[in-house]
Design a protein around this ligand. Structure first.
Ligand code: NAD
Length: 245
């Protein structure tokens, strides 16, 4: 017998996924707000503090290169694979993600097709905040280990920062626009592993629902948007999605 989720997926022509840190916990990356989440261990660095202070910048590189390789070593899990499969088969058009771990790309969604929309950037590389020159983390790590700091941009002396969007930093305009048009064009919007409390990202599920799409939320805990969803599954993402593989 088909589950409610299988039925909704079968009936839809244009699915959009919306993913949060909960999708990657089954790959071993802790989320932020669960009891064992990252925020219980380390306070995030605000963008303004990163810009204002050289020592804060070096503190952020120290955290990055301190030996915890959880994100770098993580591999896509069943949830990522189901999302990739539905996108590559054309059933889903894109994934809007709050994650910064590159696991959607690693699960086989082609980067050139712009189907992964990153709202909070990507932690697997860095960029100059002035000229946008890209720096690979391996290069910066080598520099940090050799001289105890990461230098400014080789081209323009601008500040180099991991390509993530920090608290206090403005949202990436192009990604926000693409996320909005994908949301408005979908007929089924599926949230996977997000507490739905981080705005403006959490506007998208509400927008999809207001625009006539069905809304599914798969999250271990309750979210503020459970009340407007067509289907809410308080379950583990892997267990719940493996039937779609
Ligand atoms: P969040 O930490 O606020 O919420 C994650 C939610 O997922 C929680 O409600 C939790 O109950 C649920 N969850 C965890 N594991 C689950 C599982 N296996 N099955 C079902 N539900 C599960 O995450 P958020 O809403 O994405 O917002 C946090 C911010 O943290 C985002 O901006 C993101 O950029 C950043 N972040 C990203 C990563 C990553 O890239 N993997 C990791 C930590 C934080």
């Amino acid at each position: 017998m088909q589950t409610a989720l299988e039925r909704l997926v079968a009936q839809s022509q244009r699915i959009v996924f919306f993913t949060g840190a909960g999708l990657s916990t089954e790959s071993g990356i802790p989320d932020f707000r669960s009891p064992s989440g990252l925020w219980t261990k380390m306070k995030p660095i605000q963008f303004q503090d990163f810009i204002a202070s050289e020592s804060t910048r070096q503190e952020s590189w120290k955290r990055r290169f301190s030996g915890d390789r959880t994100i770098q070593d993580a591999l896509p899990n069943v949830g990522h694979k189901v999302v990739a499969q539905l996108i590559n088969s054309g059933k889903a058009t894109s994934v809007i993600t709050q994650n910064i771990d590159n696991l959607h790309q690693d699960s086989g969604i082609e980067e050139s097709k712009l189907k992964v929309i990153e709202l909070h950037g990507n932690s697997t590389y860095a960029e100059c905040l002035n000229c946008q020159k890209r720096y690979e983390m391996a290069f910066l790590e080598e520099q940090f280990k050799a001289q105890g700091s990461v230098s400014d941009c080789l081209e323009c002396q601008g500040i180099i920062k991991s390509a993530t969007i920090s608290f206090g930093q403005s949202m990436p305009e192009e990604a926000m626009q693409r996320a909005q048009s994908e949301t408005l064009a979908c007929d089924l919007f599926i949230v996977l592993g997000s507490s739905l409390v981080v705005y403006p990202a959490a506007n998208f599920p509400e927008l999809a629902k207001r625009n006539g799409a069905s809304l599914v939320i798969v999250n271990r805990e309750e979210t503020p948007l459970d009340g407007i969803a067509d289907l809410v599954l308080h379950e583990e993402i892997g267990t719940c999605l493996s039937i779609l593989l």
